[in-house]
Design a protein around this ligand. Structure first.
Ligand SMILES: *Cc1c(COP(=O)(O)O)cnc(C)c1O
Length: 394
């Protein structure tokens, strides 16, 4: 079996000149995760800098209202406000170990760019973040944050001037500079070994959650749920439960204005199998194989593909993938604000929206864990526009 594949998905669909770089990266990664010193370093920064472990919070009022035990894994409480920093800390420590002095990354909404710029400042690495011109305009505050942290934001003007173009540009530049440069991928996508690396570093979410749930309930949860953009918080939330068949795994994609309108970001409900960004997976594309623009009110779910392991979990039936609309997500967001005093990221609110539906078929003897991937401070402008009924850009 070729370890680079998850069933028929994954692989390394890159130019010949990158194959060597990827194989060096794979060797360095496999070596690092067997080294107790490296793992100790990752743990140290996750604890002292990121602020782990994050609580598994029993949402009492939600549970009462929806009639099943609802636990929230509070990734929103991490430094920089989301799960992305878990992965950045792991990859950047690996970059240091490999003797790299520069890091590059792609970013759409800017969340991964900010996390990368944060890690680069912490570990004294030169940092360039590729971002579509359109996204730079939409996410001015995150551009400023990255610059304050010392990163250079490289404006990408090609294609649709958004995330997929920024990713292409970042990969292209990495090909030229791989000698001293490490590419920090922001989700569980890309050519092997990225999907595995990102999963490894995000698995801390389910390692903690499984133990925390066991401590209170004395057993595994019945359902585990997370939103799916590229699939990093979800694969991190699923990881430790994949081999526990009694635990139902549910990934929630963005249905945008509705799957039938074509304005959505659901690779499983409106997509087909193809290759993009070095991997084979489910993608949004037209009949000619051109990538279609994804649409979601949440910038972080606005990616036209999904990580290859999710494609595999989907096709084997181990995990189920559903999609909720912008409106459903926004209702769930307001509900969490009002009932629990937590303003979630709009991305995370997608998982909540489906959790409330799923709860209808569950009882008070059962429990579910929802990954609250990030906090909603970054989204207040979007929320204000939405609530004012002005609609939103995209
Ligand atoms: C980026 C982001 C996501 C989506 O990315 P995944 O790789 O699918 O996890 C979800 N939630 C938040 C808060 C994000 O910033």
């Amino acid at each position: 079996m070729d370890k680079r594949y998850y069933g028929e998905f994954g692989g390394q669909f890159v130019s010949e000149s990158l194959m060597n770089t990827l194989s060096e990266l794979d060797d360095a990664f496999e070596d690092a995760i067997k080294d107790p010193e490296f793992l100790k370093q990752v743990d140290y920064y996750l604890k002292q800098y990121v602020g782990r472990e994050t609580p598994l919070y029993y949402a009492e009022r939600l549970s009462e209202k929806y009639g099943t035990k609802i636990y929230l894994k509070r990734e929103d409480l991490n430094h920089t406000g989301a799960h992305k920093i878990n992965n950045v800390i792991g990859q950047i420590l690996l970059a240091k170990r490999m003797g790299k002095t520069k890091v590059i990354a792609e970013t759409g909404a800017g969340q991964h760019g900010v996390a990368t710029a944060t890690g680069a400042a912490l570990f004294n690495m030169d940092c360039k973040v590729y971002m579509g011109a359109e996204d730079m305009e939409r996410q001015k505050l995150n551009v400023l944050r990255m610059e304050m942290l010392g990163a250079e934001v490289v404006k990408v003007t090609s294609g649709s001037n958004t995330l997929k173009d920024a990713t292409n540009e970042a990969i292209r530049n990495w090909t030229k500079d791989a000698e001293d440069t490490f590419y920090i991928m922001g989700s569980a996508v890309g050519p092997y070994p990225y999907p595995k690396m990102v999963k490894t570093f995000q698995s801390v979410i389910s390692k903690e959650a499984k133990r925390q749930h066991m401590e209170v309930e004395g057993r595994n949860p019945d359902v585990v749920m997370a939103c799916v953009g590229g699939g990093s918080n979800s694969i991190g939330m699923f990881a430790e439960f994949i081999d526990d068949p009694e635990v139902e795994l549910i990934g929630v994609e963005a249905a945008g204005k509705g799957i039938e309108t074509g304005m959505h970001a659901s690779a499983f409900h409106g997509g087909e199998i193809g290759t993009l960004h070095g991997m084979k997976s489910y993608l949004l594309q037209d009949e000619d194989g051109n990538i279609k623009l994804a649409h979601s009110i949440s910038a972080g779910l606005d990616y036209p593909g999904v990580g290859p392991e999710h494609a595999y979990l989907h096709d084997t039936g181990r995990a189920k993938y559903v999609a909720v609309t912008d409106d459903e997500a926004m209702d769930a967001l307001m509900e969490l604000c009002h009932l629990e005093g937590i303003i979630p990221a709009i991305e995370s609110a997608h998982a909540l929206a489906y959790a409330f539906k799923k709860a209808e078929e569950m009882t008070m003897d059962q429990s579910m864990i929802i990954c609250l991937s990030g906090r909603g401070d970054k989204d207040v402008n979007t929320i204000a526009d939405y609530l004012a009924g002005k609609g939103y850009m995209n």
